[in-house]
Design a protein around this ligand. Structure first.
Ligand code: AMP
Length: 192
């Protein structure tokens, strides 16, 4: 099963992806985590990505697609894959479709987590205070830029998935448990 979690920064995608991994045995593919890992390791990719991420902008599609291609080829979809923070542009969505078609796979569910953007700043500030991982992009200033990027570049993929009939919407403003149960209802009784 392949599930995409969509939503603005701070919507709770990472929290729900982790839960799906723990409860249902999904493999979580988070492009943000992969990039932060590259930064922590000091790789060339990490060096290139850091300033872009700190500015709240998007890393080039080709870099992101290469990372995803590498992770998707090893057959981990059999366990169920949860894509968190990817795709983020129409090009990424289209290339993902092409990649999956080649592998004779398809997307099962795209779950849009809708949130009140006024509340996002509070969540981001809280996450920055609680996170063990240092994230230079977890500030209210960068959040504004990331929200703009979300509306300009990522939101257009919502109608793309809606016309394919793959889109479900959950209210991301509920408690973590209620959002989790809404997601469980969408994916059904999936267990590895
Ligand atoms: P995230 O942890 O998903 O919020 O991602 C943190 C940052 O990593 C984003 O603000 C982007 O700079 C970069 N990033 C993560 N995923 C992508 C993606 N799919 N496309 C482009 N940039 C990304």
């Amino acid at each position: 099963m392949i599930v995409i979690l969509l939503g603005p920064p701070g919507a709770g995608k990472g929290t729900q992806a982790t839960r799906l991994m723990d409860k249902h045995g999904f493999v979580q593919l988070s492009t943000g985590d992969m990039l932060r890992d590259a930064i922590a390791k000091g790789t060339e990719l990490g060096k290139k990505a850091k300033s872009i991420m700190d500015a709240g902008k998007l890393v080039e599609d080709s870099i992101i697609l290469d990372m995803i291609r590498e992770r998707l080829v090893d057959g981990n979809h059999k366990k169920g894959v949860i894509l968190d923070g990817f795709p983020r542009t129409l090009t990424q969505a289209e290339e993902l479709d092409a990649m999956l078609t080649e592998m004779e796979l398809g997307i099962d569910h795209v779950i849009e987590m809708q949130v009140d953007e006024q509340m996002l700043a509070d969540r981001i500030v809280k996450r920055a205070a609680e996170s063990e991982q240092v994230r230079d992009d977890d500030t209210v200033e960068v959040l504004q830029q990331r929200l703009k990027v979300y509306h300009d570049s990522t939101a257009p993929i919502i109608p793309y998935y809606r016309v394919k009939g793959a889109l479900s919407v959950v209210d991301g403003m509920q408690t973590i448990e209620s959002v989790a149960s809404a997601i469980d209802d969408i994916i059904g009784g999936w267990e590895v």
